[in-house]
Design a protein around this ligand. Sequence first.
Ligand code: LMR
Length: 467
Amino acid sequence: WWSNVEMGPPDVILGITEAYRKDTSPKKVNLGVGAYRDDEGKPYILPSVRKAEDIIHKKALNHEYAPIGGEAAYCDAVAKLAFGEDSPVFKNKSNCTVQTLSGTGALRLGLEFITKHYAKTKEIWMPAPTWGNHPQICNTLNLPHKKYRYFDPKTNGFDLQGALEDISKIPEGSIILLHACAHNPTGVDPKQNEWMQLSQVIKDRKLFPFFDMAYQGFATGDVDNDAFAIRHFVKDGHQVMLAQSFAKNMGLYGERAGALTFLCGDSDSAAKVMSQVKIMIRTMYSNPPLHGARLVLEILANPELKKQCFAHADIESFIWKELAVNPYFIPTFDSSSGTVPDFDPDLTLGSELSLFSIPVQVLEINSDMRNINVTKVLADVKHMADRIISMRKGLRSGIEGAGNPHQWQHITDQIGMFCFTGLKPDQVEKLTKDFHIYLTKDGRISVAGISSKNVDYVAEAIHKVTS
Ligand code: LMR
């Protein structure tokens, strides 16, 4: 029956992992797929996720079907993480949010919905370059897709003028795809004032913005900062569509927890959109999986776990403020290993403990032990973002330290999980063939695959193939 089927090409990203797995060299390094690894090169289970797993296990929940669009509490919590607790969309009930099979499922469902129900120009404009799966999904759906300028290879940065120029010529009513933060594959995001300009031109052209947010928290280490673009577009009156993923920021890759949100004009049209999207889900996979969504909801709905996962600078500065006005301020410590008494004589510099459930590190202890000075917040997402930043620094200084003749500043300028190295396809091939380092053909590396153990090796290899 299937003799007519032709061999398809391996996936541009996941195919790299397949090739890496086959390589038997002990030196091999996988910088292909965007999946976070700890400094041992191992998958990382977020401590907040571990705790959520324990809580859920104790609840001994059943395995009944989820509603077609997922649990309402999950949809509400994830939409609030993106749009902000106080967003007017929730007051007006003008959002339609459904659980999806992670970010890809959200994109597929959203784009398929467009093919069926979008009444204007069915043409998707994507940044050049974009995530390899974006055009593939459009191809599958026979949705025409085109590119607007985004990355400037001369500066290795965002091409604002090029983007504005191109977007201002996009036919009215078309759909524009935007990466909400931590652009994949370039690691280059517009600055806040640049987002404002983009929002204006998109409004002037009457384009429909579809945001893909797969990395909330990974760009700046702060989920609210990373939602700036989306929240600004909403403030500007755009009725955006949003694909969300919890693969990266909660490390739930295989659990396929994501969401798709349509902002509609009012609650009435949100209900109609929901009725149609449910029909689409029902005929595609009936209803979504439970476990990943339960973990996400447990973290978002439990203030302690949410802080553990996403605590950021605001909370840190709160602690600083408290300590500044009240030197006798006695925080209650509860370390993950138990309770640390207030003035624990064993408290040593560098110890990690939990302050208001925010993981912190002790930087300074004053002599009478009445006050401690805490350093960076060691929350789960911030911890991942910080390790990636330190690997960027290590990689750059390793290449520069070897006397490489090229500019490598972009390694540390770019943000998020990826670095768009500028390596040419033949250099990429050499890295893989001679050094067993795996990366996508476009020269993108997943910085999360670099560790203190392999950073020198990767730097040396990049130096050798580029000089
Ligand atoms: C990536 O770009 O590496 C990730 O988004 C994983 C994927 O599914 O491609």
